[in-house]
Design a protein around this ligand. Structure first.
Ligand code: SF4
Length: 327
């Protein structure tokens, strides 16, 4: 596809049948990813989107770029491998909150420590939609959705807190029904130099009848004029500045982000909580250790001749990894 043709969101749409439920918040996330790619004039062959398992994971089938639908909870390590093999690719990773913060919780922490230059999006709806709505890690303690026999007995993970504590250098939250705002967040996360984590509030109308579009929009509480009072508000509208400009800013910017991340209920902030490009990326650290890495990463190296004969010298590799016996 010629670059000049790749300007519309629909140019990133596949013809794969979509079987999400009507009204699912996943539609907004899919659309905004396609809008962001179009806006950024991304070339499909330079983009890889990796997903785990769940309703969210189907997203990769509907985006016309490279895509891999991997194992439950393992999207992040797979995406990390893709990025390390070819750091010239733009890599997006997608999970649900069950996929990414439940079974994939350990990977979530270690992705923050590494600071690979990629964007990780969690479709956050509080339930395991694909398996009939069991409580997922972000569902609050005591909440009883229509899919649960009893109120949730576990406390919830706060994804923003966890991402900050793990070391993510860009942390944001979007809302799947605020499409333009979410598109801008995705663009910002992709452009960020380092690991960007984006939590997206994504109503699941089929199994979560508590955190619905109407609930986020405040339809259950009206002001004196009868207008709904939305719970979701934008950080930028209140002058929140998330950017670390010098090392001395880190403590203060982290603290204010943690404080904002505690807001929930009547007021739910969306936008960029934290942004820090002072930390070296994992690729930069590897480049210091292996001088040829940036120009000759593994995916761009020949692994065989035209006749299929391997060119890899396993002997050299093993020799380099051998620990000499102690004297
Ligand atoms: Fe969306 Fe929920 Fe249906 Fe899954 S079960 S497609 S998350 S509405």
């Amino acid at each position: 596809m010629a670059l000049e043709q790749v300007l519309r969101p629909q140019d990133f749409a596949t013809e794969v049948h979509n079987d999400w439920c009507p009204g699912c918040g996943d539609f907004g996330i899919l659309r905004t990813i396609q809008m962001a790619f179009a806006e950024m004039k991304m070339e499909p062959h330079r983009v890889a989107v990796v997903s785990g398992i769940g309703c969210s994971a189907k997203t990769i089938h509907y985006i016309k770029t490279y895509g891999v639908h991997t194992l439950h909870g393992r999207a992040l390590p797979y995406a990390s491998g893709v990025k390390l093999a070819n750091p010239h690719l733009k890599v997006l990773c997608l999970s649900g909150d069950g996929d990414g913060l439940g079974i994939g919780g350990g990977h979530f922490v270690n992705a923050g420590r590494r600071n690979l230059d990629m964007l990780y999006i969690i479709h956050d709806n509080g339930v395991y939609g694909l398996t009939k709505g069991q409580a997922a890690p972000t569902l609050k303690l005591g909440v009883k959705t229509k899919s649960l026999a009893h109120p949730n007995i576990n406390d919830a993970v706060n994804p923003i807190w966890l991402a900050l504590a793990a070391g993510a250098t860009w942390v944001g939250r979007g809302y799947s029904y605020d499409v333009k705002h979410l598109r801008d967040l995705i663009i910002s996360g992709i452009r960020h130099k380092g690991y960007a984590f984006l939590d997206v509030l994504q109503p699941c109308p089929t199994y979560n009848d508590i955190n619905t579009k109407d609930w986020y929009g405040g339809e259950d509480r009206k002001d004196d004029t009868g207008r709904a009072m939305p719970r979701v508000y934008k950080l930028v509208d209140e002058g929140f500045d998330p950017v670390v400009r010098e090392p001395a800013d880190v403590e203060g910017k982290t603290t204010q982000a943690l404080e904002k991340a505690l807001e929930w209920g009547d007021r739910i902030p969306i936008g960029v909580f934290y942004e820090n490009e002072l930390t070296p990326t994992f690729e930069e650290r590897i480049g210091k250790r292996i001088a040829t890495y940036a120009d000759h990463p593994p995916a761009l190296q020949a692994i065989g001749t035209r006749d299929g004969i391997p060119v890899t010298d396993v002997g050299r590799l093993l020799a380099a990894l051998t620990v000499p016996p102690s004297a």
